[in-house]
Design a protein around this ligand. Structure first.
Ligand SMILES: *[C@@H]1O[C@H](CO)[C@@H](O)[C@H](O)[C@H]1NC(C)=O
Ligand SMILES: *[C@@H]1O[C@H](CO)[C@@H](O)[C@H](O)[C@H]1NC(C)=O
Ligand SMILES: *[C@@H]1O[C@H](CO)[C@@H](O)[C@H](O)[C@H]1NC(C)=O
Length: 497
């Protein structure tokens, strides 16, 4: 007996429902496994050899999302014991040895099977830039010593170099905008460039130099301070400058030398009354510390065998005057200029301030976007507190405690008088150590650049892939539902009689 026409329709609808239902199930399982069983994790390592110390960062990311934005996170931040590598000028081998403990930690974290495919870089910044100016063969020996240690490890060591100041600023800018997803955005199935105002400027301060990088609203009139990138299909043009000898540690030394200068003429240096230290604070310092700094120039030679006794007077007004003496603001009268003749367009947009900007302002409780007037008053009040009170209020912080007043006033002077932030633009600065759980600095941007993880073009296949699967899945699910309903209807109304 043949099937009736109605029975055939019923069977066909049932078949369609089964086929499309099964396909939806398969699609769901495929998507689920790719979610539930994450792809292999890849790793990359960057050593940040700063002027005062070295840090090692291990980054990780899922291998199947390598070229997406914001997928890299920090797996380890290891602080190398001892001073920055530039301090080992007389014993370069020890610069290499100093890295070993952190290297061990990194090797323990990255699975053994992946050691050989883990790209590893070392970048040195202003401390080594200064040493190279002073004695380039010593700088070369140090780079060679650290390269030897890293080259002997099982990692894929790709080299050690001294970063140009411009690059240091630009890579910090890439790090922040990458981590916060400001370079490309994914919304309603499309990768798009965020609006121009979404880009974040960056302010970085190390021990020996400080960097500023941002996208100005007008043209950049000095080619030497311009960096251009082609990222995810868009062109970016940013202003970037690194002010050498304007890092925190060197500024403190230059400040000391500047205050010492007038008294040198009358008597040999032995006692210095210092307005940037709290009243009642006293310390001694070998003059060699000053004479060895490549940023310090004194008219009269200093006797490096002598000690200097420093007494705080806790006078923020005199301290600001002394700090301003480290800058030459005269170029501001003739157009777009920061200080010391360095071109700078007007600051524009939101900024992230990290490293020493953050550490100082975090200590002073000034990281919650307070008004500039409040910030100024808070730092002044802190500077005027007697040392006895300060010392007992912050036990266990002796190492940096005496310097927060000077570095707080320095940051204010740099940002306000140097870069030109004012009451209205001040709240656009966010003081942060991390973005999306990863420490902010130049290292991540450097790695992304050297490994080609930020493609020049927006990867069109991203949208096609995941978008297509979902469209197909939903269409098939609808088809299944319609077929089941149809079959049920045929069964109920036609096949009864
Ligand atoms: C300088 O100070 C150090 C340590 O405080 C001391 O050992 C040294 O003898 C002092 N030198 C002079 C010349 O006073
Ligand atoms: C910061 O805030 C904490 C807690 O409110 C306080 O104990 C500390 O003294 C403040 N630090 C400064 C420098 O004012
Ligand atoms: C900072 O605050 C002090 C004390 O309140 C004040 O004398 C000084 O003028 C302020 N500085 C600026 C630039 O507003």
């Amino acid at each position: 007996m043949g099937l009736s026409c109605k029975e055939r329709i019923f069977m066909v609808l049932l078949g369609v429902a089964t086929a499309s239902g099964l396909t939806v199930l398969v699609l769901l399982l495929v998507e689920a496994t790719s979610v539930l069983l994450p792809a292999e994790t890849k790793f990359g390592i960057v050593l940040d050899a700063g002027s005062s110390h070295t840090s090692l960062f291990v980054y990780q990311w899922p291998s199947d999302k390598e070229k997406d934005t914001g997928v890299v996170s920090q797996a380890l931040a290891c602080q190398v014991e001892g001073p920055g590598i530039s301090s080992y000028a007389l014993n370069p081998v020890r610069a290499g040895e100093s890295l070993k403990d952190c290297l061990e930690e990194a090797l323990a974290l990255v699975p053994r099977g992946q050691h050989q495919e883990t790209p590893t870089f070392l970048g040195a910044t202003a401390g080594m830039r200064l040493l190279r100016q002073k004695n380039s063969s010593q700088a070369g020996d140090i780079l060679e010593a650290v390269s030897q240690v890293l080259g002997r490890s099982p990692l894929d060591f790709r080299g050690a170099e001294v970063l140009a100041g411009q690059d240091e600023g630009a890579f910090g800018w890439i790090t922040v905008n990458y981590l916060l997803g400001r370079l490309v955005q994914y919304s309603s199935g499309q990768w798009t460039q965020p609006a121009e105002g979404m880009l974040l400027g960056t302010l970085d301060m190390g021990g020996a130099s400080t960097q500023i990088c941002f996208a100005p609203s007008g043209p950049i009139l000095d080619q030497s301070s311009q960096a251009t990138f082609h990222l995810y299909g868009a062109n970016y043009s940013v202003y970037t400058h690194s002010h050498l000898c304007f890092g925190r540690d060197q500024v403190l030394l230059r400040l000391l030398a500047g205050l010492l200068q007038p008294s040198l003429q009358s008597s040999p240096a032995s006692l210095l009354r210092h307005p940037c230290y709290h009243s009642g604070y006293q310390t001694t310092l070998p003059l060699a510390t000053l004479s060895e700094s490549p940023c310090v120039r004194t008219a009269a030679p200093l006797d490096p065998t002598q000690n200097l006794t420093i007494e705080g007077t806790g006078n923020p007004g005199a301290c600001v005057t002394a700090l301003r003496g480290l800058f030459n603001f005269s170029c501001q009268d003739h157009g777009a200029c920061a200080f010391d003749g360095v071109y700078q367009p007007p600051v524009q947009g939101q900024f992230y301030a990290f490293s020493n900007f953050y550490y100082t302002f975090h200590f002073l409780n000034l990281t919650s976007r307070q008004l500039l007037g409040t910030v100024n008053a808070t730092v002044w009040k802190f500077c005027q507190r007697p040392w006895k009170l300060v010392e007992t209020s912050y036990p266990g912080q002796e190492r940096w405690l005496p310097d927060y007043c000077a570095s707080g006033l320095y940051i204010l002077t740099l940002l306000r008088d140097g870069y030109g932030f004012q009451e209205e633009s001040w709240p656009s600065i966010e003081f942060q150590k991390q973005a999306a759980g990863t420490d902010i600095g130049w290292t991540l941007g450097y790695m992304l650049n050297l490994t080609g993880m930020i493609p020049a073009e927006a990867p069109a296949e991203w949208q096609a892939q995941s978008y297509g699967v979902w469209v197909a899945g939903v269409a098939l699910a609808v088809l299944t539902l319609l077929a089941v309903l149809g079959a049920a209807a045929v069964h109920l109304f036609w096949l009864r009689d």
